[in-house]
Ligand binder design. Sequence first.
Ligand code: SAH
Ligand code: SF4
Ligand code: F3S
Length: 439
Amino acid sequence: MKEIVKDKIYIKTFGCQMNNYDSDRLLESLSDTHKKVINPEEADIIVLNTCHIREKAAEKIYSEVGKIKLLKKNNDKLKLIITGCVAQAEGKAMIKRQPIIDAVVGPQMYHKFPGILKKKNSKRVIKLDFEHDKKFNELRGKRIIANVSSFVTIQEGCDKFCSFCVVPFTRGSEISRKEEDIIKEVSMLVSLGCKEVILLGQNVNAYHGISSKNQEINLASLIISLENIKGLERISYTTSHPKDMNIDLINLHGISQKLNPYLHLPVQSGSNKILKSMNRKYTSEQYLKIIENLRRKNPNIAISSDFIVGFPGETKNDFAQTIKLVKEVEFAQAYSFKYSRRPGTKSSRMDNKEITLNEKNERLLELQELLNKHQKKFNNNFINKEVRVLIKGKGKKLNQYRGTTKWMQVVNFESKKTVNSFENVKITKSSNNSLLGEV
Ligand code: SAH
Ligand code: SF4
Ligand code: F3S
């Protein structure tokens, strides 16, 4: 039988976990005709799956395109395709300005991808509509790429319109996948060796999918259904919005056997004035109440968050409110960013003259020092304790392995014997970002 010569595809992924998931799904949809390569120099097709969340993220893409220009000079058959959120936001202008781009494809048009690659003529392609439904139907296809910890998108898009954020424009309106499709996909991943599933959505806790009995269900019900999948040991979900942190989900954290005791619940700011101007739809008091309720159900839960400093109009006093909230919650982990003005968002039209760049930097540093201190404190609690670690791969050193706890901390440990999917590891040391241990 004649062997099929597959075209070589290279994908570089930027941005959030959903982009990682999408890149895997793109590769899966092309697996009959294309082979993944890890060097762009070898590729027939280069895909940049991009992120538009902050200015720096978007700028990176233009410098990547610059590098590919050189590759295209040496290989005139090479195709460059831009996908993801920069494609959605700036695709039309990009393709006009950069003749080396062959196609721009927005996040809700990935079902068109195989067709775009089959095309024989050299006409450049723009696919920037929002065909969520068609894409989700296509997603029901087979899973081939499975990791011990795998992402599964269950909800996509956002209707919240926080005044700083591009996501509602780049991913479109909020839509949930059917329970049946999600169960099928997770079961398939588990049969391929997956032990932990991380359910993804821009507002994952706003999930409102249709069950097999044709009823609308929430995230808690979906997780309860997924718990029945034999062989699936851990379940996590991200990112949640405080406004959608409903009672069913909070209760589930107290009783579920498989749900990780970890919640990423971005608060962004501790000042009610800033939260209002951000259009976050909750107050700092309401946020604290949610944390209190969660901790009442599960005292061991690790809380994580995102913060923005230097939002337009943020005074010293507003920032002090953020510090106060951080001290009250003591997050186990967090991400913090300087405010970045994004085209088309409501806050891009707000006056942002009072805060100098210097001040923004100082605030970020102060916040990060405090967050790091709390993260270290949380991690120090694990020293001399034995924790169950899901092994994700080899570490950098000889006989070293890397895995995660159910609180989503990274653990590096040494073992002379080959390891199983899970190992009990005694923690000997901790740092801000990870734990060190031995079997
Ligand atoms: N859906 C999630 C966040 C998605 S974006 C939520 O509602 O919390 C991830 C994080 O990027 C946000 O939590 C926010 O902290 C940060 N971010 C988004 N837009 C930003 C901007 N314009 N400037 C700085 N940080 C931003
Ligand atoms: Fe962006 Fe707000 Fe939607 Fe999160 S909830 S994706 S921050 S608009
Ligand atoms: Fe970036 Fe789009 Fe994700 S803007 S953070 S890739 S949803």
